[in-house]
Ligand binder design. Structure first.
Ligand code: PMP
Length: 407
């Protein structure tokens, strides 16, 4: 059976070109980059070259501003915990209710350790309220950490503006963004419109590098203590022998992402939009979460009323289609995701939520296959739903009554 992989916000296939550049560093060029002999220079040079490539693509002035990590979780921990430890006198942070757990859980942990954290809400479209944000900034605000693009809905927050507002209000506020879902998908210029961002996290496996490698951009002068302490690697900001093959792969993946970014994103947006158009036509009582907001071109988050997302996933999987219900990280739990709850997706729809996310390896045929099988899956599941009247192809009764019956 052909696999249609439509779960690229969870992870992506490693590009063959990426794999190829990594191989020599797994085989003959295995030297520790810190060693003094000539042979080791090739690995040290490869790291320096990769750092330069990545800095260049993100518009960072100096390659030294890029710190290699094991991925966005480590980058976020380094940024948020590192800033907290370097600045113990300020104890207020601002984040949002829809962050990935790799930010949300750190913030909750700090809350348990006597930090005051404001979790900004979002509206039904997934957008932040700028007035609420401005009101949240206080004289003791140390850090703002707000994601760039949401992993579940693809909704993009105006990071350039949010960072500018923070700095104009108080230049000592440190601004971090988790850009894991946007790097490699939309342009970022850290010396241009993103110049007020101090710290930016990402993971390579969201844009066709392998899992377990990522980076943290750190603007010079940002007070931030290292998370991993030990050797002198990464100028003392992240100890541990560098993962040379993966670092080289990360730079190659970024090269590839940037090479055709505008053309690819137009093509991917067309695939996503054609899927949404066809499904809207074929499936009643379906909503597209975040549709009216500015969104990543590759992400579609749908809620089909009166059915369960997990059941849809199993049936899609039986047809070779890989998608996820809400965030892959929270799949496995039957709780509706915190992101859709924050967006006030109605009770009858929130359980029937599914995310399709595309990449450069998806084709029109992939989308056609989803369009062929998904509407029938929804019909089959609704036929089993106690809320659904298959004869009339509509819900049995007033959804509000169902909510009160359930709660
Ligand atoms: N932040 C966001 C927005 C993500 O989507 C992810 C991955 N799902 C992470 C952080 C964590 O990335 P990793 O698992 O590669 O550390």
């Amino acid at each position: 059976m052909k696999i249609v992989y439509a779960d690229n916000n969870a992870t992506t296939q490693t590009a063959p070109e990426v794999y190829e550049v990594m191989v020599p560093f797994l085989k003959e060029n295995y030297f520790n980059p810190s060693s003094m002999y000539d042979s080791a220079r090739i690995t040290a040079d490869a790291i320096a070259g990769s750092r330069g490539i990545i800095a260049g693509h993100l518009g960072a002035k100096d390659p030294k501003q890029i710190l290699f990590t094991s991925g966005a979780t480590e980058s976020n921990n380094t940024a948020i915990q590192g800033v907290a430890r370097a600045n113990p006198n300020r104890r207020h942070m601002i984040t949002t209710a829809v962050e990935h757990p790799a930010v949300l859980e750190i913030c909750k942990d700090l809350q348990r350790n006597h930090y005051d954290v404001t979790f900004l809400s979002v509206d039904q479209d997934g957008n932040l309220d700028l007035r609420e944000y401005v009101r949240a900034i206080r004289p003791d605000t140390l850090l703002v950490t707000i994601m760039h693009a949401n992993n579940e809905t693809g909704v993009i927050f105006p990071i350039e503006e949010l960072a500018r507002i923070a700095k104009e209000t108080d230049p000592d506020i440190i601004f971090h963004t988790d850009a894991t879902q946007s790097v490699g998908k939309i342009p970022i210029d850290l010396e241009g419109t993103y110049r007020h961002v101090d710290l930016l996290s990402f993971s390579g496996h969201k844009f066709h590098a392998p899992k377990g490698i990522g980076a943290l951009f750190m603007r010079p002068g940002t007070p931030c203590r290292p998370l991993l302490i030990g050797g002198h690697q990464e100028a003392g900001r992240r100890a541990g022998t560098e993962n040379v093959p993966f670092i080289v792969g990360l730079a190659k993946a970024m090269d590839l992402a940037m090479e055709n970014m505008s053309d690819e994103q137009v093509r991917i947006r067309k695939l996503r939009d054609s899927l949404e158009m066809a499904l809207e036509e074929k499936i009643s009582y379906m909503q597209i979460n975040g549709k009216r907001a500015s969104r990543l071109p590759n992400t579609s988050n749908l809620s089909c009323h009166y059915i369960e997302g997990e059941a849809m996933l199993y049936q899609l999987s039986a047809h070779g289609i890989c998608a996820s219900s809400g965030s892959a990280c929270t799949s496995g739990s039957l709780e509706p995701t915190h992101v859709l709850r924050a967006m006030n997706v109605p009770f009858t729809a929130i359980h029937g939520s599914i995310r399709f996310s595309f990449s450069r390896y998806n084709s029109e045929q992939d989308v056609d296959h989803i369009i062929d099988v998904f509407p029938q899956i929804v019909l089959n599941l609704r036929a089993l739903s106690p809320y659904w009247d298959s004869k009339n192809n509509s819900p049995h009764s007033d959804p509000d009554r169902m909510v009160s019956a359930k709660s």
